[in-house]
Design a protein around this ligand. Sequence first.
Ligand SMILES: Cc1cc2nc3c(=O)[nH]c(=O)nc-3n(C[C@H](O)[C@H](O)[C@H](O)COP(=O)(O)OP(=O)(O)OC[C@H]3O[C@@H](n4cnc5c(N)ncnc54)[C@H](O)[C@@H]3O)c2cc1C
Length: 501
Amino acid sequence: MSDYDVIVIGGGIGGLTSASLLSKRGLRVLVVEQNSSAGGLCNSILKNGYNFDIAASLFWGFGHGEVFHWLFSEFNILNDLLERESIIRKIEPGLQVILPNHRINIYSERNRFYEELKREFPSDMANLIKFYQESDKIEDEIYYLLNKDHFYSLKNHYTHENKRLKKLYTAISIFLKRKKDILHLADKWVNPSEIKSFIDLQLIYFTHKKSADIPLPISSIILGIPKRGIYGIKGGARILTNTLEKQLIKYGGKITCNSTAEEIILKGSKAYGVKVREGNSVSELKSDWVISDTTFSNIEGSLIKKKRKKNQFSKINKKIGNGLVPFSVLLGVDEKVIPELMGEHAIMLRDYELPASDSNIIFISASPGWDETRAPHGKRCITATYFLSQDEASKINWETERENKTKEMVDSLEQLIPFISEFIDCAYSITPDDYQRMTLRKNGMLRSFNNQSGFYGFNSPSSKTPVKKLFMVGDEVFPGSGAAHTAKSGIRAAEEILKRI
Ligand SMILES: Cc1cc2nc3c(=O)[nH]c(=O)nc-3n(C[C@H](O)[C@H](O)[C@H](O)COP(=O)(O)OP(=O)(O)OC[C@H]3O[C@@H](n4cnc5c(N)ncnc54)[C@H](O)[C@@H]3O)c2cc1C
């Protein structure tokens, strides 16, 4: 007799999505979370009266037919979140792209956005609009294909395994990639390098990849995200994961924090339970299914002990390749210093002289004025992050450099928020080591859009794993990074289990 139907390793957005759905379907579910609270990268920390998001802060997927819309409708709480309590709000502009001579607001409504393009790039505006229209056409077609079969119905939604669609998608992707990537498409319409940087910055914001590295269909989907709506969450990212945690518990599921999965127990080639450590005590919990919200390197490195299976995970792990390592600075500031025209989310170059690249870009989020739960009266939270390659990050001694790196970040922010250093109430930083401690990701690494070209979307690892009865969720599996995409992976794993019982 098993202790649980399902044990979920990790209470990030991926794990909590699967766990809450399965619990609602009547399964006995346990989530084990090594940190003192669930949420993973969708978490917030309270410091000095401020409520800082530690990573995710800009959200999408709440529009009709999209992942969170579907998920929260399943729990019958969509209306409460979006309307009655307005906890989740569409924000405008969703994103602001800052270039040395431009500040472009990306509004959800295309015509409003085109007005921005007219103001910022008057001589190229007509062609730039044609470019967006062409990109939107591709996005609409793919979106239609993806959503055709009631994408988010637990019975019949996932097209990842739909061979016909996969073939079609791969064919479109190869065709378009061979003919033209998004920049070639842009070349047809627009030329100035600033406009290309503008497109690159948007793509890097959502995928950490430049246009030249992304198949055109994916670029089109990404450029379409703001069109479908960017959302803010009152109370910060942790409200999203707290909400799922509450649903898990409401339907009889359990979560234990400060408990670390040390091994996935195998019986033959099947997962059979999890060895869990809580302080000094280790227990072996049996379950019919295991879902892992950890990384492939964690599975390969410690959670699977059997050599043959370990090797199979090791192959996938290698194929994913290296990812990017984040460094974030959290600032409590006087709201007086925030420029009137600054949006809630912005992306800017660290060094205006250098081209757009991951380490030369800062992702900035400011807590919205409408969310009084995030900061003391008259104050705001600012989070600024950049990402480095594993190599770059490993050359830095983060503990001794913490203060310098924080100061450097504040200096860069002066370009966007003049005099910010004079209005700082409190400052914290999250180094790659801190991210590792909070999530057990090696150096806090994100690897969802990896270096292996063609290893995206339908070609990315699936929730199914080389071990029977073990499924993966999280941003390393299809469909990849971001809270919405990761939640999709959670729905998918839940569906795989429900199909089999
Ligand atoms: C700096 C930064 C900014 C970002 N900004 C955004 C954004 O604005 N919008 C957006 O949509 N996305 C953003 N992302 C990406 C997004 O946050 C992630 O893709 C997503 O939250 C990942 O969720 P997950 O469930 O895959 O993993 P995680 O959030 O890492 O959760 C995994 C959980 O499993 C636990 N765990 C791991 N191993 C074990 C174990 N052995 N035993 C027990 N528990 C374990 C961890 O403690 C963790 O809580 C950002 C990411 C970073 C790093």
